[in-house]
Structures are given as structure tokens and as C-alpha cells.
Design a protein around this ligand. Sequence first.
Ligand SMILES: Cc1cc2nc3c(=O)[nH]c(=O)nc-3n(C[C@H](O)[C@H](O)[C@H](O)COP(=O)(O)O)c2cc1C
Length: 344
Amino acid sequence: MAPMTRSFSPNGIPTSEVADYYEKRAAAEVGLILSEGTVINRPSSSNDPNVPHFYGEHALLGWKNVIDKVHRAGGQMGPQIWHQGITNNDPSGWLPSAPFEGPSSFNKPGFENGVAMTDAAIADTISAFGQAASDAKTLGFDTVEIHGAHQYLIDQFFWNGTNNRTDIYGGNTLAERSRFAVEVIKEIRKRVGEDFALIIRLSQFKPAAYDFKLAETTAEMESWLTPLADAGIDIFHCSQRRFWEPEFEGSDLNFAGWAKKLTGKSTISVGSVGLDGDFFGAFAGQSSAPTPLDELERRMDRGDFDLVAVGRAILADPQWVSKIKNNKTESLKGFSKEALSSLI
Ligand SMILES: Cc1cc2nc3c(=O)[nH]c(=O)nc-3n(C[C@H](O)[C@H](O)[C@H](O)COP(=O)(O)O)c2cc1C
């Protein structure tokens, strides 16, 4: 299950309904659940009072309830630990107790909404990521995913459009701008030890620029990912909007395919699995034409990636995996925006 923000945790505390939501997916054979983004202990890590915290006694007790229920139902799970960086104000008007913070003061070129982090703020943030990961391990989670994608804090360091620092956390190359992520990973690895799987989620695209590519060539991608792997990443979770889209010209490999080829690490692919009405046509015997499912299988059989994350399809239908496994595709509930209004 891909990480999906739900904003059903008032004052940052995951409720028993949140635990039930994840438990239902575990009971229906989702192999690995990655939680919604859950924010680390910095005053302005979140723009939304209903996004869960991963710090503080009450929030951590809420998460303990989540992982215990998921384990009892036979599942495995990791929290996606998150700092939003410089972000938009929440439409409710709620604001955190301190200004939003990022590598520089803007969320995208031309949109200032916070302050550039001092050395002390950077050191404290690295430590807060480490604490969150160590708390995840103590609570019994099976892994941790660092949110390094989608134009949030870590990605704001990667992107030259949001990182114009002239100190050691900035630079002209993507490799130089990866220093903050490397330090976060090293700190987490130091706190959780060697025997604990560590995932990082990355995206080439930005919500402000869907066609954007952080790494424009395979060599640049290698210079970006290798230091992250060396710092302690086991699994790259390569966020794409459509898994079948090639990453670079001249090859049909997608982002997860390239990440695996360049680093030798395990990778997760994602993007529009199960959303197309024709996705299961061949599966259900309705069509002999190649479907997106065939394409997914072709890539997996070829060894492009190791895991596939499914987002909206599992958000809308807790039984998605067991229905697929048991060939009950006629009873799948498709995703629609209404599914977002409650925890199904
Ligand atoms: C409601 C919603 C919330 C999301 N929240 C997050 C998030 O907190 N962290 C994250 O990395 N991606 C988030 N995503 C992206 C998903 O993890 C996933 O990559 C995306 O939905 C594409 O997969 P899909 O086509 O299977 O839904 C979110 C997506 C949706 C639909």
C-alpha cells in the first residue's frame, strides 16, 4: 500500500479509526503497508492539524495501536516520516507555531512562504528524523520510509528551484544538493542499526512541475542515488504517476528500473496500478489485448523492480489485494474522489 495522506488524526493523534483502516488492509493480504506521511518533531513540519505526528506520547501511543493491530492481522508496516518544508497554508487558516522552513524561503520559484533554515535548524531536523525512525523501531514497525519526494523538505534540498544555498547544503550539482538527505539517512541508520530495512521515496517530478526531471541523465541519476545507497538506503521507492512511462529516451526502463540498475538496490514501482477499467480485462478473461497488468508483469518478470505499491485502488477498496488474488475482480470498488471523504 502506497503512503497516502488522509488527515483524519485530530491534533496529530492517530485515532482508533485510523488503526482500523490500516488493520482492514492487513487482514485483506496487503503485504506491506506504508503509512500516510507522518511528521517529525519540528515546530512547522506540518501545515495541517489533522496530519498525524510521529512524536509525542499520545501520537506514538496511537501509532502503537496501529502497528499492533496490523501485526495481529498478519501484515507488515512502516511509517512514512515526513517534514513538509516550505508549503502552502492550509485552507482552514490553521498555522503552525513557527514559520515554515526549508533550504531557502520558497516552495517553488517565485513563491515565498517561510524561512531559510539555519545550521542549528538543519541539525535539529536531522536529529528529529533520527528520533522518529528510532521510535518506529521501538514501537515494533517493520521498516521506515523517509519521504524524500514531491517537493517537500528533502526534495526542496534536491531541487535547484528551491535550494539556492551557498553553504555545504547547496551547490550546482544534484549530488551536492543531496548532502542533507545523506545526513538524514546516516543519522537514521546510526539510530536503528544495520538490521532494519530503510526505504526512501523519491520523485523526479514536482507537483508544481509534473514533467520536471531532477536527474536529466542516467549519469546524473547515478550521482544522486549512489550516495543515498552508501549512506544506508536499502530500498528506493520511485514515485511516478504512471508506472509504464520510460524515464529516459532510448530505453523503456521506468524510474524504479533505472534505480535498481544503477544502485543494485531493491526498488518499489508505483503509479496508476489498478485504476484503468481495462487493467484486469485479460485477467478476467474479457479481453485478449495486452493490458496494463500484462505490462506490469512483463516488467516484474524482467526484474526491473521488486515491489509494486498501489495507492488509490487500495484506498477505495480495502479488499483490493484479496479480491485480485481470488479472481473476484467483478466486485472491486473503483476509486473515485468520494472515497477521500472518509476512512473506508
Ligand atoms: C489522497 C492521496 C494522498 C497521498 N499522500 C501521499 C503521502 O502522504 N506521501 C507520499 O509519498 N505520496 C502520497 N500520495 C501519492 C501516492 O503514494 C501514490 O504515489 C500515487 O497516488 C500514485 O499511485 P496510485 O496511482 O496507485 O494511486 C498520495 C496520493 C493520494 C491519492
